[in-house]
Design a protein around this ligand. Structure first.
Ligand code: SAH
Ligand code: SF4
Ligand code: F3S
Length: 473
């Protein structure tokens, strides 16, 4: 495979959309494809699989939308505004399509899966629709468009993991990479569209995950993030040996690849995260002490309505286990939803008090957005007024900012081991990287290169970043 050209920082900053495309300089006999990705890390990882599949079938890719023969949007459906963004983006393509009627416009990912043929009917400029399990079919679907108007495949599989496909790393810093270890989700959180857009949960085989991670290490990568909607329910049975691997087993195997390969993972589910996983993290220095443990709410009544299948007390017990096994320096982050159906001020205060108890390092916070077809949309009324949702969300965000500030300040004076990821966004005189617990650290450059580990003494901080300087220890 030919070497990839990644966009420079300046080129990237000049773009007003989340780009995940590049000039691959490959065989482009079947035309050039431009890909844009939205949504979670898994979607970005999927775009790398899509690129690989297309390149292996004679397609080239381009970062210049104007020279594309096909535009693909890899979409998200998690909240209404994620879909609104895509619809606006599609409207913006009308001018391109009228100039070039042969241009193909395709929708991939979760919104494609959720809306199926509706997207072709409603957004008249869409020619191709492919769901998250249909990417191997993309070359056929594109071929179909040479003779037909429309092409669609939204079949959801129980087996597809794309385990054998070597992702083409896009816009990579050459140091950190995402590795999908499973697909789909078997939980039925009532607010969530993912089980409908990504299908049943299935785990990728251990060998192909290890192969991909080893290859990344050999190519100079120094950090892998293992991805799944619920990594703790990873389970793979090797049919030839009958051996079953849990997430803790997999984590250990990845950590053993090399002490200089850092391992992170996301997302952990409070009902499934085991002490076994925590002990594995404790045993390996290269498994980063950083856990993303979405709570969604601090109220038992709301957690029950959400069908999260744990209570506030259970969640607190998991936090206590993390702290006792991994210590207070382990970074803990969360997802929280404000204004779920029937949420009272009392429920909301329970969320704030849970945050007060945990003192999270970081959080992703959202106001509830009803998704058609989900159990919540069918059974409950989305009855919290928008202004109340907004106010509660603002209070949650404010609390998080306060805690992030405290957490960062506590690190002033400490020495952190940082993996250098590249130039800081604001200054080419500075490098940036992450410390073990996942916080971004910025420091003046010395002789270190991207991919090196350095020790940085923390001197100052903002709510989002630690600032320091390299120290020899
Ligand atoms: N698998 C992960 C979450 C994946 S979706 C987990 O179980 O935690 C990422 C986040 O989006 C969720 O954690 C939730 O906080 C948020 N989210 C999902 N559906 C939502 C909705 N309908 N409205 C608002 N936020 C939502
Ligand atoms: Fe959605 Fe729940 Fe599955 Fe997470 S665990 S993807 S929130 S259904
Ligand atoms: Fe969005 Fe699908 Fe991810 S709905 S959050 S892109 S799994």
């Amino acid at each position: 495979m030919q070497e990839l050209k990644t966009l420079s920082k300046e080129e990237l900053e000049g773009l007003d959309v989340p780009k995940i495309s590049t000039n691959l300089g490959n065989d482009q006999s079947k035309g050039k494809v431009y890909i844009e990705s939205y949504g979670c890390q898994m979607n970005f990882a999927d775009s790398e699989v899509v690129t690989s599949i297309l390149m292996n079938h004679g397609y080239g890719t381009t970062d210049n939308i104007k020279e594309a023969d096909t535009i693909l949007l890899n979409t998200c459906a998690i909240r209404e505004n994620a879909e609104t963004k895509i619809r606006h983006r599609l409207q913006g393509f009308r001018a391109l399509k009228s100039k070039n009627p042969l241009l193909n416009i395709g929708i991939l990912g979760c919104m494609a899966e959720r809306l199926k043929t509706k997207l072709i009917e409603e957004e008249k400029i869409v020619d191709l629709v492919a769901g998250p399990d249909a990417y191997r079919d993309l070359p056929n679907l594109l071929e179909q468009l040479t003779t037909e108007d429309k092409a669609i495949n939204v079949f959801l599989s129980r087996e597809e993991t794309y385990g054998d496909i070597e992702p083409v790393r896009l816009h990579s810093n050459g140091v950190t990479a995402f590795v999908s270890i499973m697909r789909g989700c078997d939980n039925m959180c009532t607010f969530c569209v993912v089980p409908y857009t990504r299908g049943r949960e299935r785990s990728r085989d251990v060998d192909s995950i290890l192969f991909e991670c080893e290859q990344l290490f050999n190519q100079g990568y120094r950090e892998v993030t293992l991805l799944g909607q619920n990594v703790d329910s990873y389970k793979y049975e090797d049919v030839s040996t009958g051996q079953i691997s849990s997430f803790a087993n997999l984590l250990e195997k990845v950590a053993l690849i090399h002490p200089n390969l850092r391992v992170r993972f996301s997302t952990s589910h409070p009902k499934d995260i085991t002490d076994d996983v925590l002990h594995t993290m404790a045993r390996f220095e290269n498994i980063c002490k950083n856990i993303h443990l979405p709570a969604q709410s601090g109220s038992n009544r709301i957690l029950d309505l959400m069908k999260r299948t744990y209570t506030r007390e259970w969640y607190i017990d998991r936090i206590n286990s993390i702290r006792s096994i991994l210590g207070d320096s382990c970074g803990i982050s969360h997802d929280m939803i404000a204004g779920f159906c029937t949420e009272t001020e009392e429920d909301h205060n329970e969320t704030l008090s849970l945050m007060e108890y945990v003192q999270y390092d970081f959080g992703y916070m959202f106001s509830y957005s009803e998704r058609p077809g989900t159990p919540a949309a069918k059974k409950y009324v989305d009855d919290i007024p928008e202004e109340v949702k907004k106010r509660r969300l603002a209070e949650i965000i404010e609390k998080q900012r306060f805690h992030s500030g405290i957490k960062n300040k506590q690190l002033i004076g400490s020495i952190q081991r940082v993996l250098v990821e590249g130039d800081s966004k604001k200054s080419s005189q500075h490098h940036y990287g992450k410390c073990d617990s996942g916080k971004v650290v910025v420091f003046p450059k010395q002789k270190e290169q991207k991919g090196d580990y350095v020790h940085v003494k923390i001197i100052q901080c903002t709510t989002g970043t630690l600032l320091g300087e390299i120290t020899n220890i």
